[in-house]
Design a binder for this molecule. Sequence first.
Ligand SMILES: C[S@@+](CC[C@H](N)C(=O)[O-])C[C@H]1O[C@@H](n2cnc3c(N)ncnc32)[C@H](O)[C@@H]1O
Length: 283
Amino acid sequence: MGSTKDEVQVSYDVSNEFFRLWLDERMNYTCGVFEGTDNLEEAQVKKLNVIHDFAKITPEKRVLDIGCGWGANIEFLAMDKGVKDVNGVTLSSAQFEEIQRRNVPGVTAECVNFFDYEPKEKFDALTSICMIEHVASPEEARNGRAVDLYRRYFKRAHELTNPGAYFGLQTILRNFVPRTKKDIQDIGWVTYKIFPGGITPRMEDIVMGVNPYWEVVEVKTRREDYGKTCWHWRDRLRKNETLIREKWGNEVFDDYDRYLSTCVTAFDKHYQSLAQWSLRRID
Ligand SMILES: C[S@@+](CC[C@H](N)C(=O)[O-])C[C@H]1O[C@@H](n2cnc3c(N)ncnc32)[C@H](O)[C@@H]1O
């Protein structure tokens, strides 16, 4: 169901050093918010603030970040927002190693599948920044199973929370099928080669999937922000071309250049978009 651990490793375990070369310094691997800035580092902090506010997080709340990557958001919550009990789950061993290396006080992480995660206590707030793209595979979506799989994810999120909890969620959106042969081929290639086992959800699938567990309080779309984020990532990747070709080989550089170029086009042409959601637990 969705990406397996082996498939997640294809997406995130190329090498932490490789991703550090072209992500922001906190290593957010998701869309930033370019409001009043063209700077990637600032845009990523603005994004983390939006998700923090959408989840109504305060320092005394116990928080879980589902699909926590290399730890950008959990570190931000603990260090910048003073949250004392921050928890994260990732399915990537390389990301988990990086979180352990950072060793941030107040942060606990596990390398576990979210659906198998059994925390000791429930949470007062949830965040999840672009993990739901791994919850249904292209085949499952094609067979009409995506909404059921998203509902299973939102049900589990509900089970893990206390009454009154809010959930700050970020998701890529699959808006419509590309209009040219090249764009169809490129997006298909990114889906199967770079993010195997996953597919970006449609907005209406999320709206249906949250029921009957979460109420949508607010949604903000940010298609252009994701286009800009991918542009910055590709710019940094290209500035490190020689080093990347030497250390990881031509295929890694060429694949990541093609993938990020495909994303720049996909957001520009509205094939894909991005949404940030504030969800309130239905009690
Ligand atoms: C695109 S990355 C986003 C990481 C991070 N939230 C960020 O903003 O940089 C997707 C994350 O979801 C995690 N993930 C995917 N499937 C998962 C699962 N079943 N259980 C836990 N984590 C999962 C991956 O390991 C990865 O950390």
